[in-house]
Design a protein around this ligand. Structure first.
Ligand SMILES: Cc1cc2nc3c(=O)[nH]c(=O)nc-3n(C[C@H](O)[C@H](O)[C@H](O)COP(=O)(O)OP(=O)(O)OC[C@H]3O[C@@H](n4cnc5c(N)ncnc54)[C@H](O)[C@@H]3O)c2cc1C
Length: 389
C-alpha cells in the first residue's frame, strides 16, 4: 500500500508513467550499481527516450515546454520509487542557463540536441577545493587570447562529468581584487568535454559514500572557443544564481520523494512485523515518529510547490526555493532515520534498500547548498540581521 499524499493530485498521468518506468528498475538494479559504483546507463536511457528529461525545454527546441511543477512531479516519483535521479537530473535544468542567457545561435546549436538526448549537458562546474561555498573566491581563470579562452585551475565535486558531452563552467575572467564587485568578473563557458578531455582537462573520479559519479577536474591550458561564452563576460555569477533556484526546487522534490519512500516502507513494515504478539506499528513509540515524518513531509511539500509555482509564474522565489529545499531535506533525513529504526536490524541489510537510500538522502543536507547557508540567507536577507561573513 502506498501512503496517500496531497502531492498525488498534481500531474497524475506523468506520475503514473514515471512509476511504470521506475518499476523496470527495482532495488536489485540499484544495489548492483551501488556495489560496483557504476552509472545507471539503462535507467538514464529509458528516462531520455520517454522525454522526461526534456520537459523544461520549450517546444520550439524539441522539448515539451512544461513548467517546473511537472519536473518536480517526475523527480519526486523517481525517488519515491526507490530509484535515484542524481545520475541525470541536471540534464533537465542545466540547459536553463543557455535558454535564459545564450545567444539565438547557441540555443539553436545546443537545445534541440539536449532535448533529443543526443547531447548530454548534465555537468556544471562551480565548486573549487579552496573556495567552498564562497563562490566569489573561485580561482579557475579563463584568459582571453584572440578567439579563444585559455583555462587553468581546478574544480571539485563536479558530478557526471564523465557522463556528459558538455559542461557549464564558472570561472574568473577578471581577478577578484580587480573586479568592480566580488560577484563581478566571473563568466560562464560551455566546455565541450568530448574535445577537452586529454587536451588540457583531466577528470578524476571521487569515491564517496554514495554512488554519485562525482569527480575533480584539473585544467591545464585548456582552450575553449570564445564563441562558447554564455551571455556577457563578467556576468556569469548572476547567470549561475538564476539557475540555482530551479536546482534547489528540483532537488527538494527529490527529497520529498525520498521522504515518501521511507514513510511508505516504514508504515508497511510497522503494519506487518509482529513482535511480542502484535504489529510493531501498534506501539506508539514506532507509530508516532512515522506519523510525524508524514506531517513534516506534507508541510515541506507545500513550500516546495509554492516555490515551483512562483518560479513558473516568473516571480522571485529565492527564499521559497531555499526554505523548500531545507524543509524537504530535513523531512527526508528524519524519515530515513525513522525508517531505519523501524526496520531494526533488517534496516541494515542491503537487500531492503533502506541503508542505501539512507546514505543517499544524507547528501541533501550539504549539496547543492548546505543547511547553514540557507539559514544564513533567511537570517540576513529576510530577517535583516547582520551577516557573519
Ligand atoms: C556528492 C556531491 C556532488 C556535488 N556535485 C556538484 C556539482 O555537480 N557541481 C558543483 O559545482 N558542486 C557540486 N557539489 C559541491 C556542493 O555544492 C558543495 O559541497 C556544497 O555547496 C558545500 O560546499 P563545500 O563542500 O565546499 O563546504 P564548505 O563551504 O567548505 O563548508 C563546510 C561546512 O561549513 C559550513 N559553513 C561554511 N561557511 C559558513 C558560514 N559562514 N556560516 C555557517 N556555516 C558555514 C557549511 O554549511 C558546511 O556545512 C557536490 C557535492 C557533493 C558532496
Amino acid at each position: 500500500m502506498t501512503v496517500p499524499t496531497a502531492g498525488d493530485e498534481t500531474f497524475p498521468d506523468i506520475r503514473d508513467a514515471v512509476r511504470k518506468l521506475c518499476a523496470r528498475f527495482p532495488g536489485e538494479y540499484w544495489r548492483k550499481l551501488d556495489a560496483d559504483r557504476a552509472y545507471p546507463t539503462e535507467f538514464v536511457r529509458a528516462l531520455t527516450e520517454s522525454g522526461f528529461l526534456s520537459v523544461l525545454i520549450p517546444e520550439e527546441y524539441g522539448g515539451s515546454g512544461l513548467g517546473l511543477g511537472a519536473a518536480t512531479a517526475i523527480l519526486e516519483e523517481i525517488h519515491r520509487s526507490g530509484c535515484n535521479g542524481g545520475a541525470c537530473h541536471a540534464q533537465m535544468y542545466t540547459m536553463g542557463t543557455i535558454l535564459r542567457h545564450g545567444s539565438p545561435a547557441q540555443k539553436q546549436a545546443y537545445l534541440p540536441g539536449i532535448a533529443e538526448g543526443t547531447l548530454r549537458l548534465q555537468a556544471f562546474g562551480v565548486t573549487e577545493p579552496t573556495s567552498g561555498t564562497d563562490t566569489t573566491r573561485i580561482r579557475t581563470f579563463a584568459k582571453r587570447e584572440g578567439d579563444k579562452y585559455i583555462v587553468n585551475g581546478q574544480k571539485v565535486w563536479i558530478s557526471r562529468a564523465e557522463h556528459s558531452d558538455l559542461m557549464l563552467l564558472l570561472c574568473r575572467t577578471t581577478p577578484r581584487d580587480e573586479a568592480a564587485k566580488p560577484t563581478e568578473g566571473m563568466s560562464v563557458l560551455l566546455v565541450d568535454l568530448r574535445q577537452a578531455v586529454g587536451n588540457g582537462l583531466t577528470i578524476r573520479p571521487i569515491r564517496t559514500m554514495i554512488n554519485h559519479a562525482t569527480t575533480e577536474l584539473f585544467f591545464d591550458n585548456l582552450e575553449v572557443p570564445a564563441e562558447n561564452l554564455i551571455g556577457q563576460e563578467g556576468k556569469g555569477f548572476r547567470y549561475i544564481l538564476d539557475g540555482m533556484n530551479a536546482e534547489r526546487i528540483l532537488i527538494a522534490s527529490e527529497c520529498i520523494g525520498d521522504a515518501r519512500f521511507f514513510i511508505d516502507r516504514a508504515s508497511a513494515y510497522a503494519r506487518e512485523r509482529e513482535v511480542f504478539g502484535r504489529p510493531i506499528g501498534a506501539n506508539q513509540g514506532i507509530q508516532f515518529p512515522i506519523a510525524r515524518n508524514y506531517v513534516e513531509t506534507e508541510a515541506a511539500n507545500l513550500m516546495v510547490q509554492k516555490a515551483a509555482s512562483l518560479f513558473d509564474a516568473g516571480q522571485p522565489c529565492g527564499t521559497e526555493a531555499n526554505m523548500g529545499k531545507m524543509l524537504a531535506s530535513e523531512a527526508s533525513w528524519h524519515a530515513a532515520d525513522t525508517c531505519l529504526q523501524t526496520h531494526g536490524g533488517f534496516g541494515f541489510a542491503e537487500e531492503y534498500d533502506i541503508e542505501r537510500k539512507f546514505r543517499e538522502t544524507r547528501l541533501y543536507q550539504v549539496a547543492p547548498i548546505s543547511t547553514n547557508l540557507i539559514l544564513s540567507h533567511v537570517g540576513t536577507h529576510v530577517l535583516q540581521m547582520p551577516k557573519s561573513f
